[in-house]
Design a protein around this ligand. Structure first.
Ligand code: EPU
Length: 328
């Protein structure tokens, strides 16, 4: 059976996840072309084993060794068509932001500096500083690893919501390409509280965003982390009213559907857990929603985070949900 060139077995995933967890995959392949996609499909059809698609592994918690095939999405390509950019999934997300600005195509500035690959960006509908990728997606092209064929999803078909999409619920859909509709005119989005309200151009906006990020979020290259560890919980108006009686300064945002998004970082900081430590992991002193990890195993970070979930539940009656994907 013909296999792609970069195929290996018993592959350590330590360099493939930003928590630097040292688990191994039975098989590992880097997928560099559409032709290789079909070889991988044939391999999976024959072997009938489990598989996982990896981007840069910046939003992933491994629980165990992976008994199956890890496909590292390494498809490359960037092109411009009018006001749209068409980008392959293995490109780095922040390179795409920077390249589109250089082509005088605007809109992605506020999404500057988000770690990870293009392929992962629509899956969890990446968002920051008042912007989400769903605001720009024209279509997402996928390769269906169960059917062995390409499928295209319009923005509407992607079913985007806060850190959610159809791709999160269908891991057989490997994102291969995305098309983003941008603008030739820079319209600054400066609603986020800490952003300077007056800004000259898009590169200044990008600089401002990168500077806020570096103040708040530790660099995973230096301190292994996955960005926000939990989603910001969404609660009803009634639940917020009850909580506000005990915690009048609880940080919250009104959503279009009349529910409220509560700041998970505020809950964790107000439970006294910011900058706390447990064994080889802990909560950042820069941002209460960021857990760091210095262990090769996820046992500690998963047990500490579940303790945090219990504490928050007892204190505020809110159940925090993990933001990164947990696999294995
Ligand atoms: N806050 C605290 N303590 C802290 C940090 C923040 O109380 O240590 C409170 C502050 O009141 C602050 C509020 O929380 O105003 C919100 O904090 P921040 O603006 O940093 O945003 P966030 O809601 O904590 C979300 C995303 C981030 C994204 C930022 C900026 C989620 C789960 N996280 O964080 O995304 O960068 O907004 O827009 O929605 C990620 O997904 O990995 C990520 C880093």
């Amino acid at each position: 059976m013909k296999l792609p060139k970069n195929f290996s077995s018993n592959h350590s995933l330590k360099e493939n996840n930003s928590l630097k967890l040292n688990y191994a995959a039975d098989y590992f392949v880097s997928c560099n072309s559409e032709k290789e996609l079909f070889l991988i499909y044939d391999f999976l059809e024959e072997k009938k084993i489990k598989y996982w698609i990896f981007g840069d592994g910046t939003n992933l918690i491994l629980k165990n060794n992976l008994k199956g095939l890890v496909i590292k999405n390494n498809l490359k390509g960037f092109s411009v068509n009018g006001n749209s950019v068409i980008v392959s999934a293995g490109e780095n997300w922040d390179d795409v932001v920077s390249k589109s600005l250089k082509k005088n195509l605007y809109g992605l500035e506020n999404l500057s500096g988000i770690p990870g690959s293009v392929g992962a960006s629509p899956i969890q509908n990446i968002g920051a500083y008042g912007s989400e990728i769903s605001n720009f997606v024209n279509y997402v092209e996928t390769f269906n690893l169960e059917k062995g064929r390409f499928e295209i999803f319009s923005n509407q078909a992607c079913n985007f919501s806060y850190r959610e999409s159809i791709f999160k619920r269908n891991p057989n859909l490997m994102v291969t390409k995305i098309c983003l509709d941008l603008s030739q005119e820079f319209k600054p989005n400066t609603h986020y509280e800490a952003l300077p309200k007056s800004v000259k151009n898009a590169s200044e906006q990008r600089k401002n965003i990168l500077s806020i990020r570096s103040q708040k979020l530790p660099d995973h290259q230096k301190i292994p982390n996955v960005g926000s560890f939990f989603k910001n919980p969404i609660i009803s108006e009634m639940q917020l009213k009850k909580l506000s009686a005990d915690f009048p300064d609880i940080k919250n945002y009104l959503l279009e559907d009349k529910n409220y998004k509560v700041s998970a970082a505020w809950l964790i900081e107000n439970a006294g857990l910011k900058n706390s430590k447990k064994g080889d992991c802990g909560i950042s002193n820069k941002h209460a929603l960021v857990f760091y990890n210095y262990s090769e195993s996820s046992d500690f970070i998963l047990s500490y985070s579940s303790e945090v979930i219990d504490i928050i539940k007892k204190k505020f009656g809110i159940i925090l949900e993990y933001e990164p994907s947990i696999i294995g």
